[in-house]
Design a protein around this ligand. Structure first.
Ligand SMILES: [Zn+2]
Length: 293
């Protein structure tokens, strides 16, 4: 492995003065069969190779966004509260969001908002530190209300899957901000409920909606997809994952948003992609979509 555990990218600006950097907070290795769901191996293995245990090497990417005078962290990685056995099975290296920020010279106490795309372990596992205290003690933690409700629900599939304890600790500390649907946190940073992957999954749109713009200002927009599209390999609309709780919804919303992303030229960030980002999506001449290279 040549890449370092923790890295930060150069800042990239989007419409309305929204600055975005990628904080690479370590690695994990999800099971390829689960990750690609119904997609046959001869198709997905054109993009990525599995290890001897059938796992693929993915990144734990966070986004550090500055907009409207606020600092926003999107995603929190796995954190450090997993058991050693679980870390070993899932091939986690690093994963601590506060440590990743400090390693690249950023202070976790300066974060005003933490956005969780959903409450799975590899996105919401880092809300608390090792001692069980909020890792971002000055931040409001933004979660869709129906995601928080699903975490507390009685659906058997979700038992032990959602980060309920961490969610409750954040709520008890007065740091939870439950939102519903599409909500602008600051000008140019908007969460968008997508569902599909989990009941209350959300994506994050970056950059204000301003076609044209004034001289020199960037006019482009971006999106962080959460696990609705975890990497560039899953851009084909029907390439859903076995981890999607609502695959039919996922395909419908992917179909709508991927078409918009291609048409409007949105720059794309992915939580688990190990490659260079952001990238754009382009339509193929066969009616599908792919990563623009
Ligand atoms: Zn994930």
């Amino acid at each position: 492995m040549t890449a370092r555990l923790h890295e930060i990218s150069k800042a990239r600006s989007f419409a309305g003065g929204v600055s975005v950097r990628i904080v690479r907070a370590g690695w994990f290795r999800p099971d390829a069969g689960g990750f690609f769901g119904v997609v046959p191996k001869p198709l997905w293995s054109r993009h990525v190779e599995a290890d001897e245990r059938g796992r693929i090497l993915c990144r734990l990417n966070l986004l550090l966004v500055e907009a409207g005078g606020k600092r926003i962290l999107i995603e929190t990685g796995t954190g450090t509260r997993m058991s050693d056995k679980d870390r070993e099975i899932k091939g986690v290296e690093g994963g601590d969001p506060a440590e990743a920020l400090r390693a690249v010279g950023e202070d976790p106490d300066t974060i005003d908002f933490v956005v969780l795309t959903h409450l799975h372990y590899d996105h919401a596992g880092g809300m608390l530190d090792k001692a069980g205290r909020p890792a971002f003690r000055n931040a409001r933690h933004v979660v869709q209300r129906d995601e928080a409700e699903a975490a507390h629900g009685d659906e058997l599939r979700l038992q032990g899957i959602m980060e309920v304890e961490q969610l409750d600790a954040i709520r008890a500390a007065g740091l939870l901000a439950e939102v519903s649907g599409e909500v602008e946190l600051v000008p140019g940073v908007r969460v968008l409920r997508t569902g599909g992957h989990t009941r209350g999954s959300q994506a994050v749109q970056l950059g204000i909606d301003r076609p044209g713009g004034r001289g020199g200002d960037p006019t482009e927009r971006a999106i962080l997809w959460g696990d609705l599209i975890p990497t560039r390999w899953q851009i084909p609309v029907r390439w859903t994952s076995a981890y999607d709780d609502y695959p039919i919804d996922a395909i419908e919303v992917r179909n709508e948003l991927i078409a918009r992303a291609a048409r409007e030229g949105w720059w794309c960030y992915f939580t688990h992609d190990p490659g260079e980002m952001p990238i754009r999506i382009e339509a193929t001449d066969r009616g599908g979509y792919r990563a623009a290279e």
